[in-house]
Each structure stands twice: as structure tokens, then as C-alpha cells.
Design a protein around this ligand. Structure first.
Ligand code: PMP
Length: 444
């Protein structure tokens, strides 16, 4: 198949699409063959707004010149370096930058190539840490309903989205806090007011499981894939206090919230809560080269370094061929230099107000049963058709595509996370087209 033509049914069979109904895709394949700035282009010349910055990962838009140049320069110098027993200058430069950016004493960086790998790396490190402390029985995890931590076995164990687990049999021992979606907060703007008390559910889990068995609690500061579910202002603080009280590590999965999505570099900054580890990926490289990372506290790092053994012992028996890949490090340095600037964060906060008004203008449209937003992230929840739970949001997204907007749907939510470089008129245009799509769909 050439890049100019539609795939034939025969050629399509060979590419098994990720997280996709391939049967539906085969009926109406959607292809993009070019991207620039805020837009995707299809092979037949259709131009679409990218309303989710790819999959939450391209806040600087597409074709960012500085990232392109950084990768090209790196390719000329060093295309790959062994990740074990050898490293390269860009890996140290990036780690120093990340340590400086990450809150508090999160100063030590382990690399991988995705958010899923970052989650499983963090969970393994949590267990290894407690073993190093002489408490191997602290091995179970606590996640949260509707939470998403990728698709590896650790991630689906702590994840709280049922369909992502149901085909895979036994998972790790994990328990789940309730999600923070409350009826009283329906259509609330920004941080919801109700819900701090939901953190106390940790006490109920510990009453049965006992803290002496629990390694870590892992949550997203804002649950993105579950449908932009935002905790109330004091929820994470309360969770932190309970984790401290019971000697349990707190891990923030910042794969979506990391690098500015909420107008602060990290969600931890936004909520002013210090985790023991933080995972990130996606916007770390603006989505251009796959990369994930776990940034961990001084206490965890030092405990691992102080384990018995000599200079030949490996402190953490874990890593990937592509950990700290030179091209990813080059892309990350160029990306975070642009994202993590006070001017860019100010721009995100200013645009967030426009975004909040524009997304909430959809209130009152048929089928719209809730709208949530924080920073430059938001979701429009569509009334589910009980007979076809996955149909409506999927069909509305298809109509948005026809109207020139790529919209991601998950369950009964339409999710939005436009690039930070959007102008107010782009935000208005996106939601005007989405409003048309919803209205026409509801009528039909
Ligand atoms: N954690 C969170 C919070 C995510 O949003 C995602 C991806 N949407 C992941 C982990 C998994 O990342 P990846 O798809 O890169 O493995």
C-alpha cells in the first residue's frame, strides 16, 4: 500500500491495531499521513484539529522544530548506547534536569520507553525497597477504581478499569480505593468541591489487609484515561497523610499530568503533595520518541544503594534495552526546555480559562450528562445506551472526524487535551464543531 491510497481489506489484516475494534476499523479505516502544528492530515487531503495532542503526548503540537533538530544532531553523533554498564552524556544531562524539575527530593531517574513500563518499574522498585528495608511482607498494592496505569501485568493489577483486566486471569495482589467521581460534582468546573473524605477509604482497606502487607498506593493525580476524573482539592493531601501514618509509599502516575497539562510542571506541584515516586512518559518527549521515566526519592535511592554487597552487586535488577535511549534523551531535553518554562506554564493557565468556558458551553446539548475540566484537559460524558454501551461516544467521535476534529473516546467519554500552542480561536472552533457533531448525532 502506498502512503497515498486507502488500505485494501487484504492489507489491513496484517496490522492489528492496538486498543481498537479492528472489525469496526476495517469498515471505516481512519488514516493520518501528515501532521503539523495543531493539525493532522489524511492521505486524501482532509485536515483535522488534533484535540487530544495525539494521545495526550504532544503538547507542543506536531513537527516541533527544536525537537527535530535535537534528534537529527543526536542521530549524527550517537544513535544508540548500551543501557547496561555504559551510558552517554545526554542521559546525565536529562537526569539532572528532571531532578531539578521534579518536586522535593525526587532526584533519581530510571528510564524506560512507555508509561506502562514506568508503572511496572515503580511497582517493582516499591517491592524491592521494602525488601531492602527488611520488610519483604510489604508486597501488595493499592490502586483506585477507574485508574489507568498501562497494560503490563503490574499496571492492570493496580488499574481500575475492568475491561482492561478481564481477559488475563490472575493479577498481582492489589486492592482499590473508590474513584472520585461523585454525583454532587456533576458539571463542576475545575477542581470539584466534594470528595476529600474518599481518601479515608484507605483505612477500610487497611483494616482488612493491614498496612504491614502493603508496599504502595498508586494513583494518577487526575485520572485521564478513566475520563478526566479530578479529585477534590484536599484528597491527595489526605491520602499522603494516611500513607505516612501507615508507612506506605505513595506513587503518582503522572504519565498524563506530567509536563504541564494542568498548568504546573507536575500534578504533584498543582496539588502541592509530595509523592515518594513519580512516573512520567508521553509529553516528556512531546510524543516524538517513546520514553518513560520513574523519578524517585532520596530515601528510596539511598536504601537501594546501601544494600549489602560489593561493587559488583547490582542494586536494582531491572532495566530495558532502550532505557535512556540517546534519541529519546535528545528529544526530551528539547521538549522539556520548551514546556517547563514559566512563560509556557502561564500560557497553559491562560488558555485553560478559555478551554473551561468552551467545554462547559456544551452543557445543555442532548446526551451530554457531565462535563469535567482541569488545566488543558477535559471530558464530556455521554449518556450511555444500555443496549450498546460503547456505541454513542464512538459514533460521535466518527462524526467529529468528518467535521475536521480528531476526538478520542473511551467508554462513554469524549476526552480533550489540546496542544499548549493552541490559540483561543482554535479552542472555540474545536468545540463549535464538536457541538454540531453531538447535536446532529442526537437528532439522527
Ligand atoms: N499511566 C497513565 C496515567 C496513562 O495515561 C497511560 C497511557 N494513557 C499509561 C500509564 C500507559 O502509557 P503507555 O501507553 O505509554 O504504556
Amino acid at each position: 500500500m502506498s502512503s497515498q491510497t486507502k488500505p485494501t481489506p487484504e492489507s489491513m489484516r496484517h496490522h492489528w491495531l492496538a486498543f481498537t475494534s479492528n472489525r469496526r476499523f476495517h469498515q471505516s479505516p481512519r488514516l493520518v499521513s501528515k501532521a503539523e502544528g495543531l493539525f493532522y492530515h489524511t492521505p486524501d487531503g482532509h485536515k483535522l484539529y488534533d484535540s487530544l495532542s495525539g494521545l495526550w503526548c504532544s503538547p507542543l503540537g506536531h513537527g516541533n522544530q527544536a525537537i527535530k533538530e535535537a534528534i537529527t544532531r543526536q542521530l549524527d553523533e550517537l544513535d544508540y548506547a548500551p543501557a547496561f554498564n555504559v551510558s552517554h552524556p545526554k542521559a546525565f544531562e536529562l537526569s539532572e534536569k528532571l531532578a531539578a524539575l521534579a518536586p522535593g527530593d525526587l532526584d533519581h531517574v530510571l528510564y524506560c520507553s512507555s508509561g506502562s513500563e514506568a508503572a511496572d518499574t515503580a511497582l517493582k522498585l516499591a517491592r524491592a525497597y521494602w525488601r531492602a528495608k527488611g520488610k519483604p511482607e510489604k508486597s501488595k498494592f493499592i490502586g483506585r477504581a477507574k485508574g489507568y496505569h498501562g497494560v503490563n501485568f503490574g499496571g492492570i493489577s493496580v488499574g481500575g478499569i475492568g475491561p482492561n483486566r478481564k481477559s488475563y486471569g490472575q493479577t498481582l495482589d492489589a486492592y482499590h480505593l473508590p474513584h472520585t467521581l461523585l454525583a454532587e460534582n456533576t458539571f463542576s468546573r475545575g477542581l470539584p468541591t466534594e470528595g476529600d473524605h474518599l481518601a479515608d477509604a484507605l483505612n477500610q482497606i487497611l483494616e482488612v489487609q493491614d498496612a504491614s502487607n502493603i508496599a504502595a498506593v498508586i494513583v494518577e493525580p487526575m485520572a485521564g484515561s478513566g475520563g478526566v476524573i479530578i479529585p477534590s482539592a484536599g484528597y491527595l493531601k489526605r491520602l499522603r497523610e494516611l500513607c505516612d501514618k501507615h508507612d506506605i509509599l505513595l506513587i503518582f502516575d503522572e504519565v498524563i499530568t506530567g509536563f504541564g497539562r494542568m498548568g504546573e510542571v507536575f500534578g504533584a506541584d498543582y496539588f502541592n503533595v509530595q509523592p515518594d515516586m513519580l512516573t512520567c512518559a508521553k509529553a516528556l518527549t512531546n510524543g516524538v520518541v517513546p520514553m518513560g521515566a520513574v523519578i524517585t526519592s532520596q530515601e528510596i535511592y539511598q536504601t537501594m544503594m546501601d544494600q549489602p554487597g560489593d561493587e559488583y552487586s547490582i542494586e536494582f535488577m531491572h532495566g530495558y534495552t532502550y532505557s535512556a535511549h540517546p534519541l529519546a534523551c535528545a528529544a526530551a531535553l528539547a521538549s522539556i526546555e520548551q514546556i517547563a518554562s514559566p512563560a509556557m506554564m502561564e500560557q497553559v493557565r491562560a488558555l485553560s480559562e478559555v478551554f473551561e468556558n468552551a467545554i462547559h458551553d456544551l452543557k445543555g446539548l442532548p446526551l451530554v450528562e457531565d462535563i469535567r475540566n482541569i488545566g488543558l484537559a477535559g471530558a464530556v460524558q455521554i449518556e450511555m445506551d444500555p443496549a450498546h454501551p460503547l456505541k454513542r461516544a464512538s459514533d460521535i467521535s466518527a462524526r467529529c472526524w468528518e467535521k475536521g476534529v480528531y476526538v478520542r473516546f473511551g467508554g462513554n467519554n469524549l476526552s480533550f487535551a489540546p496542544p499548549f500552542i493552541s490559540q483561543p480561536q482554535d479552542i472555540h472552533e474545536i468545540f463549535a464543531r464538536v457541538a454540531e457533531a453531538i447535536t446532529e448525532y442526537a437528532k439522527a
